[in-house]
Design a protein around this ligand. Structure first.
Ligand code: NDP
Length: 433
């Protein structure tokens, strides 16, 4: 705590992992002897830089940006970029730390990193976003590369931003280095299914969790929060599997639509018009906009938090259990507070932590890197089959590890231990570096 003052989210993420590791440290003292715990929570490299840009009114603007290269024992650093006004070092470090274990769980050869800026893209013109991305990459380019560090999107960074970032990287380096960024467009080195992968993967994970109770997504009443990339594709896959999706949200309000969310309308508003939740309700009279409530108040059986960190509090969790929620799979990173996780587990709710349930996005990014390396592009069917197989593998690895350490059904413990041991073994094998 003294080494990283004021980084509340980072402390929360480290505590959550370390709380699971007691049994593995007792069984494998070599991890303690090699100071793996001390090393694993200290990023290998942290870069902080200024991003100057000019807005549409010709005013010079300054933002602060970060790239935290956390751990490269398993492969090149890999993890998204977040553009959101709440970004500071503690957020990027929590995300980078989580990414180390998530990437390990995928079974792919990728290390962990995260980056971003306190730039707020909301309300900015496309020209302003482009100039910001170009300035951001003018510093970042010297730190990244297909064998060093491969950023991707996250909150506030979608296909449009990756395009501007890749364009500037190519212009500065004179390299068409497709493998330097993932989340690219299909005609310029991207992978089919990458955009959908995080949301789809979260629903596959939830389907496997339900399978342990001989149930499926079919007929479930599902709560989704958020209405960005992860939320939209989680809604799409849940509906495809026969679930009734009742809600979505943004930072201004949530929407309840008892007839089931109209995905085409939602996509038109969010992806094409870049509008708000209220615009959906204006065109769908049967839906209701709630500006002063919690999306988690709605009675349902499955919850997929897909917006942001710490969006499910202990009070939310208590109401959700009372309202019939039996499965929670995290599409966002750390959307559930530690107290809420404990409450779910005590109440017998199946709880899938983000580092396992939302790993489909980064896993498909690694598939994009494979396609780039072999100058190939795979079909949507084949890529989605690979994604589905990876999610099943992660799910089963979590459960097997939880069984092995005497806590059957504890996905948090299973994900933390399975993610940790692989990285820790590699760190020991590589020596004190
Ligand atoms: P987007 O920017 O596409 O969407 C984020 C959504 O969450 C928006 O609807 C946004 O509303 C809402 N939101 C953001 N902050 C808040 C807040 N403080 N309160 C309420 N709603 C909020 O991001 P993504 O969908 O890509 O990411 C969502 C989550 O999933 C993040 O935690 C991210 O780290 C995680 N994730 C994303 C991956 C990916 O592949 N994209 C991979 C793995 C995890 P508004 O527009 O009003 O801000």
């Amino acid at each position: 705590l003294r080494r990283n003052p004021g980084e509340a989210e980072f402390h929360q993420a480290v505590r959550e992992v370390f709380d699971s590791l007691g049994p593995v440290l007792r069984k494998h003292p070599q991890y303690v002897e090699a100071a793996v715990l001390e090393r694993i929570c200290e990023p290998e490299r942290q870069i902080i830089f200024r991003v100057p840009w000019v807005d549409d009114a010709d005013r010079v603007r300054i933002n602060r940006a970060f790239r935290v290269e956390f751990n490269s024992a398993l492969g090149p650093y890999k993890g998204g970029l977040r553009f959101h006004p709440s970004v500071y070092q503690g957020i990027i470090k929590f995300l980078g730390f989580e990414q180390v274990f998530k990437n390990s769980l995928t079974g792919m050869p990728i290390g962990g990193a995260k980056g971003g800026s306190d730039f707020d893209p909301r309300g900015r013109s496309a020209g302003e976003v482009m100039r910001f991305c170009q300035s951001f990459m003018t510093e970042l380019y010297r730190h990244i590369g297909q064998y060093t560090d491969v950023p991707a999107g996250d909150t506030g960074v979608g296909g449009r931003e990756i395009g501007y970032l890749f364009g500037q990287y190519k212009r500065i380096t004179n390299l068409y280095e497709s493998g330097v960024l993932t989340g690219k467009g299909i005609t310029w080195g991207g992978s089919l299914v990458r955009t959908e992968a995080t949301g789809y993967g979260t629903v596959y994970f939830a389907e496997h969790m339900l399978g342990t109770r001989n149930e499926s997504m079919h007929g479930q009443r599902v709560l989704v929060s958020g209405s960005g990339n992860v939320a939209i594709h989680a809604i799409a896959k849940a509906q495809e599997l026969g679930a009734e999706v009742l809600t979505f949200s943004d930072s201004s309000a949530y929407v309840i639509d008892e007839r089931g969310v109209d995905l085409d309308l939602l996509r038109q508003i969010k992806e094409v018009e870049r509008g708000r939740a209220a615009d959906y309700v204006a065109r769908r009279p049967e839906a209701r906009l709630v500006e002063d409530g919690r999306v988690w108040d709605v009675p349902a059986t499955v919850a997929l938090p897909c917006a942001t960190q710490n969006e499910i509090t202990k009070d939310d969790a208590r109401r959700m259990v009372g309202n019939g929620v039996a499965v929670v799979a995290e599409g966002a990173n750390m959307p559930t507070t530690s107290e809420a996780v404990a409450l779910f587990q005590q109440a017998g709710v199946l709880f899938g932590p983000g580092k396992a349930a939302n790993a489909g996005g980064v896993a498909t990014s690694a598939l994009e890197m494979q396609q780039n390396a072999s100058r190939d592009s795979w079909s949507a069917e084949y890529t989605e089959e690979r994604l589905a197989g990876i999610m099943e593998g992660i799910h089963d690895r979590c459960l097997e590890t939880a069984d092995e350490y005497g806590e059957p059904g504890n996905y948090v413990l299973g994900a933390n231990i399975a993610g940790f041991t692989k990285v820790a073994d590699a760190m020991i094998a590589l020596g004190v570096v």
